[in-house]
Write a protein that binds this ligand. Structure first.
Ligand code: ZN
Length: 400
């Protein structure tokens, strides 16, 4: 089905002109939001027909985060000290209705020194500004209304930190006081105003956080901190790495959807599957043929995740069996030697498609998620780098 926001509206209008009764039209819309490795811009592409919908000028190269609802995308511009909200233009209402409009800059910017980690919890976004040790929190509702309605909570020192707006609490990383340049040492729970509740939950070398279902996790040098809703305040426990694992740690964590699990890096050429609900055998290590570049979960086909490796291959990881099910060569090699921030591919899943950026060739490779075969590519000017997708299917009710 070939549909973009303009043609979807046109079809619905034609239908409503030809019938006097209200008419529902099934619409599928997916968008890819892509940042550039070198230039301050974000491009929005229709994932279904490959057409460019718009390009937004921003202030610096950006990492991208989409909201749970898909209504907003955030461009975190660390070097420019700003986080810009983008309205994706796609939203879902109750009863499976889809509303499709043009994407636009939401008009809300959150500014501060060195924004880095970005976490959503229950419709609240928390952006940690490393240069200040401050988290700024804003709701999705405020962003979409264009209101810069955020609150700030300060930690004791600048740090490469993280925070989560957790209902009526805030979880804050605790800076390393002896060595301020090093990673945080734990998590502190605070009330909404930032007053600490209880002591520090130790998490040496804290880096990497994700949610899966109702569980939130932080990665530490010693294991994971696993957070769930406790009796009145967050319940936090430490899940140590299994003795059977080799030396190593997770520093990037993503959370499964549909299945409750976490997927993390663990050494340069491995990933680890983590079941946070069991105490024994919680960790399963998976060897990769070469070093890992990026990984993503499949939100639709819950048993799959994807790992891109430096030899240019995309791997389909069966997270139930804990093994690589398929591999597909997509790009020239992207060696992990060199700077960690060199342009290298990133992976996103858009409905039935897996999309991989190829920054040095200026294209997106499109893979069918069912057959795991390449079906095409989409040219994007510049060095397409970070990528997120939003979309889905629903009914429109034009002319009602
Ligand atoms: Zn980081």
């Amino acid at each position: 089905m070939r549909t973009n926001w303009a043609s979807a509206t046109a079809i619905a209008l034609l239908v409503s002109l030809s019938t006097s009764a209200a008419h529902a039209e099934e619409v599928t819309a997916w968008r890819l939001i892509i940042s550039d490795h070198a230039n301050p811009k974000v491009t929005v592409v229709d994932a279904i027909d490959g057409e460019k919908l718009d390009t937004f000028e921003i202030k610096g190269p950006a990492s991208l985060h989409r909201s749970e609802s898909g209504r907003t995308v955030f461009a975190v511009q660390g070097s420019a000290g700003v986080v810009a909200g983008i309205a994706s233009g796609i939203s879902f209402e109750e009863h499976g209705d889809i509303d499709v409009e043009a994407p636009k800059l939401a008009g809300v910017e959150i500014t501060g020194k060195k924004p880095s980690h970005f976490v959503e919890h229950d419709g609240d976004f928390a952006v940690f500004f490393d240069g200040e040790g401050v988290v700024r929190i804003i709701s999705e509702k405020s962003v979409l209304e264009g209101k810069p309605d955020f609150r700030a909570v300060k930690t004791d020192a600048p740090q490469h930190g993280v925070a989560v707006a957790y209902g009526s609490h805030v979880l804050l990383s605790e800076p390393n006081r002896e060595k301020p340049d090093e990673l945080p040492v734990g998590i502190r729970v605070a009330d909404k105003a930032g007053a600490p509740i209880g002591g520090i939950h130790a998490c040496p070398d804290l880096h990497g956080e994700a949610s899966s279902g109702n569980i939130l996790a932080f990665a530490c040098a010693t294991g994971l901190l696993v957070v769930s809703h406790g009796d009145g305040s967050p319940a936090i426990r430490h899940l140590p790495y299994a003795d059977s694992l080799p030396n190593g740690k997770t520093t990037t964590l993503i959370g499964g959807r549909g299945l409750q699990y976490f997927l993390g890096n663990y050494g340069a050429d491995k990933v680890v599957l983590i079941d946070p609900t069991i105490e024994s055998d919680a960790f399963r290590l998976i060897d990769l043929p070469t070093r890992r570049v990026h990984f993503a979960i499949d939100p639709v086909r819950a048993k799959f995740a994807y790992v891109f490796t430096e030899d240019g291959q995309l791997h389909q990881l069966d997270v139930v069996k804990g093994e690589i099910a398929n591999s597909l060569k997509l790009t020239d090699p992207y060696s992990m030697d060199g700077h960690w921030s060199d342009p290298r591919p990133r992976v996103a899943v858009a409905g039935d498609k897996i999309v991989v950026t190829d920054p040095l060739q200026g294209v997106l490779h499109v893979v069918d998620a069912t057959s795991f075969e390449k079906t095409g590519d989409i040219a994007v000017e510049g060095k397409p780098f970070n990528i997120v997708s939003v979309g889905g299917s629903g009914q429109t009710h034009e002319g009602e």
